[in-house]
Design a protein around this ligand. Structure first.
Ligand code: PMP
Length: 367
């Protein structure tokens, strides 16, 4: 028996049918494809950080509950008694953990386009994944369609990214409130891009017992550490905690996030710089459109650290490749089809990186 047929005979069909999550090789490129913070830390902060790690007990397992870090995150997010926090190796792991707790017959619902891991993990676990398209012009939630899907399929979990990836917008809060009220299952408000948005559902936990709020330190500027957290009712979080692997947050991540949380002002400055550049890039993209109305692009407003834009019909792949040939890597969403046909997504980088992107796009449009 070949190893391939061994795998075929052992693994679930839904696993065999999956494609691995592809991450483009960014070596040598200006990297504007993955919503990372482009800034690192000043030398004095780096030295203080290294010093704080000097005596880390690498020979020991980390604190399995990351108590100190959990307490800090609870304080920082104003999480009150009765609510708990669950830490994950990135919020990706928390999505997996939550879905792993569901019975095989469960349904999972999310608007589309949305964050790809909701579907990828649901499908890998054999769950019934349902996508409800957003409204075409505004990328708003189609509330009647969402409510109809909830009533028909009674999803165990609904994921709503706020702001949404890849569209960048904050959905109408009254639509989300209606979904929270109608859902019999859990509703995860995924606030991965919270550092760039001025709104949150964290203070609505007491209004809805089925609400879970998920966050990550990745977009803030700590993507390499892999730390996400899920906040919600202690009864629900307590159950999920049973299937968490005991040492999922390594000791260097625990210590480094604690160190970083003590240097909030640094992240606030970086986030403010990114938001200012977001305005500049959006304005520049719209100006490009005005210059060349027939052959122009349409950029969508964003409350996150990236901007989605639509290219002239049929040109997204060529423009993506043209920009790449000039050394700038962004994300081509055109292959995903549906509302993302003709769409590209650019992460907001440093002023220099953004200028390089805008120049590369302008040149590619003219080619
Ligand atoms: N949620 C959303 C909406 C995202 O866009 C991403 C990352 N692209 C994640 C969660 C995963 O973040 P993490 O790095 O914490 O796994």
């Amino acid at each position: 028996m070949t190893t391939q047929s061994l795998a075929n005979s052992l693994f679930r069909p839904e696993v065999l049918a999956l494609s691995a999550y592809h991450v483009a090789d960014a070596q040598g490129f200006i990297k504007l494809d993955a919503m990372e913070n482009p800034y690192t830390w000043p030398e004095n902060i780096k030295s203080a950080w290294l010093e704080s790690l000097r005596d880390s007990p690498l020979n020991r397992y980390p604190d399995p509950e990351a108590k100190q870090l959990s307490t800090l995150l609870k304080q920082q997010n104003g999480v009150s008694d009765g609510y708990s926090i669950l830490l994950g190796n990135g919020s990706d792991e928390l999505i997996q953990l939550l879905l792993m707790a569901l019975p095989p017959s469960a349904s999972v619902l999310a608007p589309a386009p949305g964050f790809v891991m909701y579907k990828q993990i649901s499908v890998s676990l054999g769950l019934n994944y349902l996508a409800v398209p957003l409204l075409a012009d505004s990328f708003e939630l189609d509330l009647p369609a969402m409510l109809a899907a909830i009533s028909e399929h009674q999803p165990a979990v609904i994921f709503i990214a706020y702001p949404n990836n890849p569209t960048g917008n904050l959905f109408d809060t009254s639509a989300i409130n209606s979904i929270l009220a109608a859902a019999q299952g859990l509703v995860v408000i995924d606030e991965a891009y919270a550092p760039f948005a001025n709104d949150s559902f964290m203070d609505k936990l007491s209004d809805y017992p089925n609400l879970l709020v998920m966050r990550t330190v990745s977009k803030l500027g700590l993507a390499g550490l892999r730390l996400g957290y899920l906040v919600g009712d202690s009864g629900i979080i307590g159950q999920l905690n049973k299937i968490r692997l005991p040492y999922n947050i390594n000791c260097l991540t625990q210590l480094t996030v604690e160190f970083a949380l003590a240097h909030q002002e640094l992240f606030e400055q970086q986030t403010a710089a990114i938001c200012a550049e977001r305005t500049r890039v959006l304005t520049a993209l719209n100006a490009l459109n005005a210059l060349n109305a027939l052959n122009g692009i349409t950029a969508f407003p964003s409350a996150a650290n990236f901007i989605l834009f639509k290219t002239p019909h049929g040109q997204a792949d060529a423009l993506f490749n043209g920009i790449k040939q000039q050394g700038v890597l962004i994300k081509n969403l055109n292959p995903q089809g549906g509302l993302l046909t003709d769409c590209l997504r650019v992460t907001v980088g440093t002023p220099e990186e953004n200028t390089a992107f805008l120049n590369a796009l302008t040149k590619s449009l003219a080619a």
